[in-house]
Design a protein. Structure first.
Ligand code: IPM
Ligand code: MG
Length: 363
């Protein structure tokens, strides 16, 4: 098969982890006889430096024409000036919006040999296997107004959390359908006891549930959900929630797997690519990690598993996706760990050494 893939290394450890995935894609294309046309483009801070735009026109054009996009990370202290007109994160948010990627899938599936890498007790982690569907193109991330202004002689700032029915409906439908493919249970997370936007969220999800009467639906308030993710993580199957809550809860949930560095994600919508599969942006959930950028110690697993998700969801290559996931499973079982995953007495290895083991096993 032929597919067009855009890679966006971005900032910080982004280029380091993307490099590994690029090698994996090359190997997969040889092994399974595919033609991946890979094009690299700028996004985030590096795009501000080179093009004075966190999402240059050429990047959005290439992404719109591609079958799938693989992204590293954006952001860093260099571009953190609060008064700056442009921020790296605008590149990522703009891309999600431009491609209409309203659902971000974040699977949480701890590896059996990484249980000790998590601060949670083993008994809590056994049987944990759930997926968070984070609404990605609405809510407080995009609501207007979002500004600073002067009121009664002092500076005031505000953001707007806004959802309309159709935005909630489409992500809820996607989550119900996903729950049907899994164990048939959906948890919707909101803050309906305080926020009007959450009351609408709950109302619409409850309405959509009538068309999915085979799925068991539970509503949870976000504060309680944050706690239950630690006290009873194994009881979740699919969680659907608003943009901001999903952002926060998935960083928390990543720790169930031992490290934020392990978590992949897929951002998809209803638009199809030239192959007839959902168009998507695939990226690890960790950020640019400026504190370790350039040290060669970043964990590439989140990006590699994102690559597997890309092959599965946007290219229809299930066997190839499984082959990658199996190799990650194997190297972890064999005890290979980057710095973020080592326990006392374990040896840490570099990104490059780990990727060497992965590529060797994939062969
Ligand atoms: C994520 C990240 C982004 C977000 C940042 C980099 C804008 O934290 O993908 O979870 O908040 O969506
Ligand atoms: Mg985040």
């Amino acid at each position: 098969m032929k597919a067009k893939i855009v890679i966006l290394p971005g900032d910080g450890i982004g280029p380091e982890v993307i490099k590994v995935s690029q090698k994996i894609l090359e190997q997969i294309s040889h092994k399974f006889d595919h033609q991946f046309e890979i094009e690299e483009q700028l996004i985030g801070g590096i795009a501000i430096d080179k093009e004075q735009n966190p999402l240059p026109h050429e990047t959005s054009k290439a992404c719109l024409e591609a079958d799938a996009v693989l992204l590293g990370a954006v952001g860093g202290p260099k571009w953190d000036d609060p008064t700056a007109k442009m921020r790296p994160e605008q590149g990522l948010l703009g891309l999600r919006k431009k491609l209409d990627l309203f659902a971000n899938l974040r699977p949480i599936n701890p590896h059996h040999d990484l249980i000790s890498a998590s601060p949670l007790k083993e008994e809590k982690l056994l049987g944990v296997d759930f997926i968070v569907v984070r609404e990605l193109t609405g809510g407080i991330y995009f609501g207007q107004p979002s500004e600073r202004r002067v009121v009664d002689g002092q500076i005031q700032s505000l953001d707007t959390m806004v959802y309309n029915e159709s935005e909630i409906e489409r992500v809820a439908n996607l989550a119900f359908n996903l729950a049907r493919e899994r164990s048939g249970k959906l948890t919707s997370v909101d803050k309906a006891n305080v926020l009007e936007s959450s009351r609408l969220w709950r109302e619409v999800v409850t309405r959509v549930a009538k068309e999915h009467s085979d799925i068991e639906l539970e509503h949870l308030l976000v504060d309680a959900a944050a706690m239950h993710l630690l006290t009873r993580p194994a009881t979740f199957d699919v969680i659907v929630t608003a943009n901001l809550f999903g952002d926060i809860l998935t960083d928390e949930a990543s720790i169930l797997t031992g490290s934020l560095g392990n978590l992949p994600s897929a951002s998809i919508g209803n638009q199809l690519n030239s192959l007839g599969y959902p168009r998507g942006v695939y990226e690890p959930i960790h950020g640019s990690a400026p504190d370790i950028a350039g040290l060669g110690i970043a964990n590439p697993i989140g990006t590699i598993l994102s690559t597997a998700m890309m092959l599965r969801h946007s290219l229809g290559l299930e066997t190839e996706a499984k082959a990658i996931e199996k190799v990650i499973d194997d190297v972890l079982t064999a005890g290979y760990r980057t710095a973020d995953l080592v326990n006392d007495g374990e040896t840490e290895i570099s990104t490059e050494v780990l990727s060497g083991h992965i590529l060797e096993r994939l062969d």
